[in-house]
Write a protein that binds this ligand. Structure first.
Ligand code: ADP
Length: 352
């Protein structure tokens, strides 16, 4: 059954019954006609509750249309005074309209209330999950910290064993593996701790142009470096920030770009630093394979990686540092000629 039919079936039935009673009652029974006229208010009000203004008004007009021939003697005849009957029809329309408008308003209020309840529920769920994540983060940072000390002992012991000069023997190769893996583990733990427990920032005024140039130098001296092109604005780009953290932020993005461009035949990384609407913007573009949709959606999420040896902590750390400095890191929409990552930092307003 169609929804509107289900909604108005009872209304239509009531109008039909009242109309039939009206049409079939003898003219001289005044009191009955008076009652029937008033009975029409029930279907009008019910329709207004069910369909709002359109339901109430529509039903009032239908009632007027079916009552008119009877009121003015075309089919049977309502013996009431003409003025009374006309007023009654005006009231049908007025009541249908007012009841409908009130119902519409009530529905809007209910909807708004429901929306704010839904929003509140969503926020509560988010809060609980953030608290849980924070607790897990604390716990893992504690564990990482605890693992570092015994790991340093293992590495130290392996270094001593490795110094005995049996590099080509099976034993020497095993010791080399232990040293390599301990160093790798130490590196991962270090990155994780830098992300989970950043040391307190020491903000100073620095010129982002110098940091962009420094990043270019660093990338140029990496193994298998792609071509590096640095362009910077002519005016200083002074921001207030922790220099080590800002360097870390740019280095993470830059190393990713260099690794990605290294995969292209004519690998190139462009670093561009300029001023844009009160911010220093460093754009790092490479001509590697570009971000996958998934990697772009997961920007800033720790441990998301598509690389075999990746930790998924580089960009997450960069995003965190940028946000801590009142800025952000963003990746351009899908590009078929590589990746473009934009790092924005607010310029120091007091630098002039
Ligand atoms: P990792 O380098 O350890 O994978 P990151 O947090 O630095 O971790 O990067 C997360 C993911 O973002 C990478 O695994 C990769 O999928 C994507 N990504 C980052 N930089 C680039 C880039 N320049 N080009 C393409 N993909 C990138």
């Amino acid at each position: 059954m169609k929804p509107w039919f289900r909604r108005y079936a009872i209304v239509a039935l009531m109008v039909l019954i009242v109309t039939l009673m009206h049409y079939n009652t003898a003219m001289h029974i005044h009191a009955a006609h008076g009652i029937y006229r008033r009975l029409y208010y029930f279907p009008i009000i019910i329709a207004a509750f069910r369909g709002g203004r359109s339901g109430g008004l529509g039903t009032a007009l239908v009632v007027c249309a079916v009552y008119l021939p009877h009121a003015f003697g075309l089919i049977g005849h309502d013996p009431g005074a003409t003025l009374e009957k006309v007023l009654e029809m005006v009231l049908y329309v007025a009541i249908g309209l007012v009841a409908g408008v009130l119902e519409d308003r009530e529905r809007r209020t209910r909807r708004r209330l429901q929306e704010s309840l839904d929003e509140r529920e969503r926020l509560e769920r988010e809060l609980v999950s953030r608290e849980r994540l924070a607790a897990v983060g604390q716990l893992s940072a504690g564990l990482a910290h605890e693992i570092r000390n015994p790991l340093a002992s293992i590495k130290g012991a392996a270094d001593v064993l490795g110094d005995t000069g049996e590099a080509d023997s099976p034993r020497g190769r095993m010791v080399a593996i232990i040293r390599e893996e301990a160093a790798r583990l130490n590196d991962v733990l270090g990155r994780f701790l830098a992300f989970a427990r950043p040391r307190p920032a020491d903000p100073r005024r620095l010129d982002v142009r110098d940091e962009a140039a420094r990043l270019g130098d660093l990338l140029e001296h990496r193994d298998e470096a792609p071509r590096i092109v640095v362009t910077v604005a002519s005016d200083p780009l002074l921001v207030l920030g922790d220099i080590d953290q800002i360097r870390q932020l740019l280095l993470n993005v830059g190393v990713n770009a260099a690794q990605a461009a290294g995969a292209a035949p004519d690998g190139e990384v462009r670093i561009d630093a300029r001023r844009d609407r009160g911010r220093a913007v460093v754009t790092i573009t490479d001509n590697g394979p570009g971000f996958t949709d998934e990697a772009r959606e997961n920007l800033g999420n720790p441990f998301f990686t598509t690389r075999d040896q990746g930790t998924g902590l580089g960009l997450a750390t960069s995003v965190r540092i940028a946000r801590d400095h009142g800025g952000d890191v963003s990746v351009d929409e899908a590009r078929d000629d590589g990746a473009r990552v934009r790092v924005c930092l607010p310029l120091d307003p007091e630098a002039g």
